[in-house]
Design a protein around this ligand. Sequence first.
Ligand code: ZN
Length: 102
Amino acid sequence: MKSVSHIKCPNCGEFNTDRDNCETCDALISHKKKEETRATKVKEKEMAIAIEQFEKLNLADRLRKHPFFLVKILGWALQSVWIVLNIIGGLIAWFVAMVAAG
Ligand SMILES: [Zn+2]
């Protein structure tokens, strides 16, 4: 026996048999396709966040290339703060590892 999926179109109410899109209005009705579309959107969002963070990291670099010297100094200051934060983070990670090792 063959399994057939009957899906009611949420857009126009037409019943469709084994279709991804509605026969009448072409609305997306397949649950699988909907899931795939959602997954793609989540990936796109993650990419956007990653790019945003990458650009934040490069803020210091961009400021240092700025023609105005005060902004350049701010860029160097940001860079220094960033390095110090990384060192502190590394020390904390090392300390936690030492404590965990007992
Ligand atoms: Zn429809």
